[in-house]
Write a protein that binds this ligand. Structure first.
Ligand code: 13P
Ligand code: SF4
Length: 319
């Protein structure tokens, strides 16, 4: 296999040749995150990935993340070529919300505004009124609730119930979950907090309610990194995919970060807090797709046109 340094140099050269830009999520391999930054791409949360991809003039976007992120990029920029290191990188939330069942659910509740999380297929988005990400879901539901709207929410039950509790909105929830965040355990987290009394707890709202209840800060990946940077504490316990630690440590040097426990005995479950689909993104397959142009993301244009409405609503709201 090629040496890491050679692979990185090759990727940098190919990005230039293809007039391509790398858009990466905080959960992917640290080398890919660094490459995105070094080459003028972006590493960020789902909302910022969507916005960055839409606004960047590059002809080709290489999305290092999971399928819904590639699809969102394509929906927002149908004229661009969207490549992904591995097209099989998906998400348990997306898999757990097939469009036929979801449409039937919507049809059964025509009085409700349909709000879907970004972690869904293009076809599900095409059926929705609003798309939200974890960074802005709360504000958008607050806005809809203030207008007296009743909401149908899909697919993440934990994020949905967190938003429901915060806003008091009338929300009917699809029962999906993220297989990474669903594993965090509140009892073990309480014990860990006792061992580290000075530590603040950072939690992504895809985690179960009992874990969210122990949080000092709750938010999207970008918001959690910001909290680590700005909160006055020497130590943090982090309940989200451990891919985030690379950026967190760089953003808050000198602070100590501890993985939140994922099972009765955290030592036996070292990799529980890492998304298997995010982990499919690597230097080698990134170099390969740039070389060959394979793994292009396609979205049916009709579905894309419909899906763009709910994404644009969110982006306009966020602007
Ligand atoms: P954010 O980066 O938007 O917080 O989303 C997390 C996520 O689920 C990505 O898989
Ligand atoms: Fe989906 Fe969870 Fe993986 Fe994010 S971390 S892509 S929500 S399975």
């Amino acid at each position: 296999p090629e040496e890491k340094a050679e692979l990185k140099a090759r990727i940098k050269r190919l990005l230039k040749e293809r007039e391509a830009v790398l858009v990466a999520h905080y959960y992917v391999d640290a080398d890919l995150q660094d490459l995105a930054e070094e080459t003028g791409g972006c590493v960020s949360d789902s909302l910022e990935m969507a916005r960055f991809g839409r606004d960047h003039p590059a002809k080709t976007l290489v999305v290092a993340g999971v399928k819904f992120m590639g699809e969102t990029a394509k929906i927002l920029s149908p004229e661009k070529t969207i490549l992904m290191p591995d097209l099989d990188a998906t998400c348990s939330l997306d898999l757990g919300c097939p469009v036929d069942e979801f449409s039937a659910f919507c049809d059964a509740h025509p009085d409700r505004v349909v709000v879907v999380y970004a972690n869904t297929s293009a076809a599900v988005k095409a059926r929705a009124d609003w798309m939200v990400t974890s960074s802005i879901g709360l504000k958008i539901v607050e806005h809809l609730h203030a207008q007296g709207k009743k909401i149908l929410w899909a697919p993440d039950k934990h994020l949905g119930s967190y938003i429901q509790k915060q806003t008091g909105a009338d929300m009917l929830l699809w029962q999906g979950s993220c297989l990474v965040h669903d594993e965090f355990k509140a009892v073990e987290l309480e014990l860990l907090k006792r061992e580290h009394p000075q530590a603040k707890v950072l939690v992504h709202p895809e985690s179960p309610a009992a874990v969210v209840a122990l949080a000092d800060a709750i938010g999207s990946t970008s918001q959690l990194i910001h909290a680590a940077q700005t909160m006055d504490a020497p130590e943090f316990i982090v309940a989200t995919d451990n891919g985030i630690l690379h950026k967190m440590k760089a953003a808050a040097p000198g602070k100590i970060f501890i993985d939140a426990p994922t099972a009765g005995n955290a030592a036996t479950c070292k990799s529980c807090a890492h998304c298997p689909w995010m982990a499919m993104n690597a230097l080698q397959n990134l170099a390969d797709v740039l070389e060959t142009g394979k793994n292009e993301v396609h979205v049916d244009p009709e579905i894309g046109r419909k899906a763009t409405v709910c994404i644009d609503r969110m982006l306009d709201f966020a602007a």
